[in-house]
Design a protein around this ligand. Structure first.
Ligand SMILES: Cc1ncc(COP(=O)(O)O)c(C=O)c1O
Length: 376
């Protein structure tokens, strides 16, 4: 049996929508009914006033930072353990990202390290709701309010996640979601920005599409980007948003199944958490081998042996403070974020995509437990 980490799941409506977009000849990012439909339905899903589609999750992080006006000399505090796209997006603006350490349980931004690293050059905080678990936003919002600086949310992995009953992406100045093929909702590639700020909405809409002029289209208002999402992608994305509750619940069901199956191993493996303030949507079933226990150095062996059984795994992210290119440039040091470094040595995830069958889930679980038993 071969079980990939993620297979997307579509209903018939996805095919109908795509065919419809093709028949309409509306394939670009400038025309077609599916783009506004996607944006309106996603804004509603997220509980935000505006949603602006774009070409990727990375673009969705870059656009609001650029529209807000971040520039060289500004510092942005960013959760160190993330997909490096979060950091790259800050660098595109010329600003300097400063890595902030994480909590070992949720893997999200640590409030003490945030307070330690904040200073007069800090112009924004960029949190990441990692692996579907929301950040403890009240703590971060208090710091941001005291300093009068904005918060941006990287929600690439957390469609539908909630903090105290409110959807992520609706707290900060802007939220950024990815629609890459392995994400909770997908259109293959793509992204969307959420915001409640009408001026930011206007500016993002303009700069994402080459900053065309209002009266004279080719008298551009700014240096723009082509970060447009296409109507073809939107045709697919509309179907995903319609089925969002189902797709989010599917991830939760998969995580609940694994949690039950692996509960006897929770002393040697830190299983995904759900804090009492959180609705975790478990983008991927991500585990960390307990640093104080026997299996801490066994990630490679566990993943290799799962691979021999046809079960795909991925190692967890390498945080900013362990990225060789940035260490060499003197932008960070491994010791800047000890919790992120510790987590990176022993984290990995197993198949979690929405199209996984119950036979496949049983197969993954049985083999995983067998491998653990042989190592303990
Ligand atoms: C936390 C996080 N941020 C940003 C991104 C970038 O999204 P994309 O690949 O759509 O550009 C991803 C995923 O790829 C991600 O997981």
């Amino acid at each position: 049996m071969k079980v990939p980490v993620s297979k997307p799941l579509f209903s018939e409506l996805a095919k109908e929508n795509i065919l419809d977009a093709l028949n309409d000849k509306a394939i670009s990012g400038l025309f077609g009914k599916y783009i506004p439909e996607f944006e309106e339905s996603f804004a509603e899903f997220c509980g935000s006033k505006y949603a602006i589609s774009c070409s990727s999750g990375t673009a969705a992080i870059h656009l609001p930072l650029a529209a807000y006006g971040l520039k060289k000399g500004d510092e942005v505090l960013v959760s160190s353990l993330t997909n490096m796209a979060t950091f790259f997006a800050v660098m595109y603006t010329g600003a300097t990202p400063i890595p902030v350490d994480i909590d070992l349980d949720t893997l999200n931004m640590n409030i003490d390290d945030l307070n330690k690293k904040i200073n007069d050059k800090t112009k924004a905080i960029l949190v990441v709701h990692l692996f579907g678990h929301p950040v403890d936003m009240n703590l971060i919002m208090k710091v941001a309010e005291d300093r009068n600086i904005p918060i941006f949310e990287d929600c690439a992995e957390s469609h539908g996640a909630e903090y105290l009953g409110q959807k992520v992406g609706s707290f900060g100045t802007a939220g950024s979601f990815s629609f890459f093929a392995n994400k909770i909702l997908t259109s293959g590639e793509g992204g969307i920005v959420t915001t409640n700020d009408s001026q930011l909405n206007d500016k993002i809409r303009n700069i994402k599409s080459l900053a065309f002029g209002d009266e004279d289209k080719f008298q551009h208002k700014d240096i723009g980007f082509n970060y447009r999402f296409t109507n073809l992608q939107a045709a697919l994305a509309c179907e995903q948003v319609k089925n969002a509750d189902f797709l989010v619940n599917k991830r939760i069901e998969i995580a609940n199944f694994y949690n039950e199956e692996f509960k006897n191993y929770s002393d040697v493996i830190n299983l995904p958490q759900q804090k009492n303030y959180a609705k975790n949507v478990y983008w991927m079933y991500h585990m960390v081998l307990n640093p104080n226990e026997k299996l801490f150095n066994s990630r490679q062996e566990i993943c290799d042996r799962l691979g021999e059984k046809g079960i795909e795994t991925r190692s967890g992210f390498v945080p900013f403070n362990l990225q060789q290119i940035f260490i060499k440039k003197g932008m960070t040091r491994p010791e800047d974020c000890p919790n992120a470094s510790l987590t990176a040595k022993a984290s990995f995830y197993i198949p979690t995509g929405p199209d996984i069958s119950s036979e496949e889930l049983d197969y993954v679980s049985t083999n995983f437990k067998m491998i653990l038993d042989s190592l303990l």
